[in-house]
Ligand binder design. Structure first.
Ligand SMILES: [Zn+2]
Length: 171
């Protein structure tokens, strides 16, 4: 687990609200191996950043992609080799584009929820793989945020609604 991304009760509450906003099911009792098993996202022992990233994958995935383990994007560094069912259904470059989109959306949420998003941006190689340009390390990331603006706005609004609904429940 990366430092500073431990799921504290406060963070857990925010993650649950986010999942509600996106409409995906989290499983706090299932961990390791396949993150998305076509039903829920494994959260046990995962760091907050990784869970948020997987919720972002859910948000940007199509119905077809949701019917594949880990959204049909192939094995990730955290996937166990034993799970050869985790197959890539598209070309590597298409998977990479989807990955960048999910990464950018998740990092936007981290920023919103008060996590150390800069650390994740670096961890997801936005400062190296996608190149540094014009002296701004996060230039490519910010461009991707602009490209997915509609998705970002949609879920920002749904987050506010989900927050209200969850607050209402306790009364
Ligand atoms: Zn990913």
């Amino acid at each position: 687990m990366r430092r500073g991304f431990k799921v504290t009760p406060t963070i857990r509450k925010k993650i649950n609200t986010l999942a509600k906003a996106v409409g995906c099911t989290l499983n706090w009792h299932r961990g390791c191996g396949i993150a998305w098993n076509k039903k829920d996202i494994a959260c046990k022992g995962e760091d907050a950043s990784d869970i948020i990233h997987d919720i972002a994958h859910f948000a940007v995935s199509s119905k077809k992609e949701k019917n594949h383990f880990d959204f049909g994007l192939g094995t990730s560094p955290s996937t166990d080799d034993l799970y050869d069912e985790v197959k890539r259904i598209y070309s590597y470059s298409k998977c990479d584009k989807i990955e960048a989109k999910a990464s950018a959306l998740g990092i936007h949420w981290e920023k919103k929820l008060g996590l150390n998003w800069e650390s994740t941006a670096e961890y997801h190689s936005w400062t190296s793989r996608y190149g540094r340009s014009r002296g701004d390390d996060f230039d490519e990331l910010k461009q991707t945020w602009r490209n997915i603006r509609r998705t970002i706005n949609k879920y920002d609004l749904r987050y506010i609604l989900a927050e209200k609904m969850m607050k209402g429940k306790k009364k």
